[in-house]
Design a protein around this ligand. Structure first.
Ligand SMILES: C[S@@+](CC[C@H](N)C(=O)[O-])C[C@H]1O[C@@H](n2cnc3c(N)ncnc32)[C@H](O)[C@@H]1O
Ligand SMILES: O=C(O)C(=O)C[C@]1(C(=O)O)C=C[C@@H](O)C=C1
Length: 243
């Protein structure tokens, strides 16, 4: 099945509104995310591997900001341990509605509870793996510490948190270079200058990336004993923190 192509920002808009995970975005999301995030496919593959290694028997796995459930599906494929339940949460109704169909397209005995809710309001408990795959950057910066602390408290000893994000860099020339290379990646994937610039405007108020240093300081502050970057391509990265 070929994914519907993302043309959302291809026509000149009289006013570019804030980016929202609405029905229009949900309908093209697999194409949008794979053409926008370098390494997205590799990150999903590794989530599957991490699940196979780190998920504990009789525990829960959380996919926070699950969109259409791509990370949930990858994790579910990797789990070998018995009596595991996956809880996938997103506050976009358009995403959750479509996620149900995506999840049903793959056969598995591992139960998935799909919830339409704000991840700031849900309880995390008995968790051995929690994933925030490009979600934290969309949360108000002031709410991020509390979420990571809540996740830490809901993890079992030895449990892991995986956080994938767009990064900012403290060194200005490095920042500019890596952001420019990412724009080349989007161009190479068929996005026009107009699409790139209108999407950038749309994301300006809603997506606020942190630096690697800010993420690692937050993990340490929440109580995580260890954390490390395990993937980076340009200004996109994935980190793992272990309780
Ligand atoms: C970039 S997408 C995540 C992609 C997805 N994890 C994947 O791997 O394909 C970010 C998602 O986070 C969701 N989101 C943002 N803020 C949220 C919140 N406070 N509570 C729940 N979901 C949220 C959005 O609706 C969106 O679907
Ligand atoms: O930074 C960009 O240019 C993006 O398009 C990034 C990004 C993301 O990181 O989530 C933004 C929105 C879409 O969900 C897909 C990709």
């Amino acid at each position: 099945m070929t994914a519907k192509q993302d043309r959302i920002f291809s026509k000149p808009l009289s006013k570019v509104g804030d980016f929202r995970f609405d029905d229009k975005v949900a309908s093209v999301f697999p194409d949008m995310i794979s053409r926008s995030i370098p390494g997205y496919g590799e990150i999903l593959t590794t989530l599957s591997q991490l699940a196979g290694r780190c998920v504990q028997a009789n525990s829960q796995v959380y996919d926070l900001g699950c969109s259409l459930g791509a990370a949930t599906i990858a994790i579910r494929r990797g789990i070998q341990q018995p009596d595991v339940k996956i809880i996938a949460i997103d506050n976009s109704e358009a995403m959750v509605k479509r996620a149900q169909d995506h999840l049903q397209a793959f056969v598995s005995d591992i139960p998935v509870e799909l919830i339409c809710a704000d991840i700031r309001d849900v309880t995390i408990e008995n968790a051995s793996l929690v994933v925030l795959n490009f979600t934290l950057q969309f949360l108000a910066p002031d709410d991020r510490d509390a979420l990571i602390t809540k996740i830490y408290q809901g993890l079992k000893p030895g449990g892991i948190l995986v956080v994938s994000e767009k990064l900012v860099f403290e060194q200005p020339k490095i920042h500019e270079l890596l952001y420019d290379i990412h724009l080349d990646f989007k161009r190479a994937n068929g996005y026009s200058e107009l699409e790139i610039s209108q999407k950038r405007t749309a994301l300006e108020n809603v997506m606020k990336p942190d630096s690697r240093e800010q993420h690692q300081a937050r993990f340490a502050h929440a109580g995580f004993a260890e954390s490390e970057l395990w993937f980076q391509c340009y200004n996109f990265a994935s980190m793992v923190a272990i309780k």
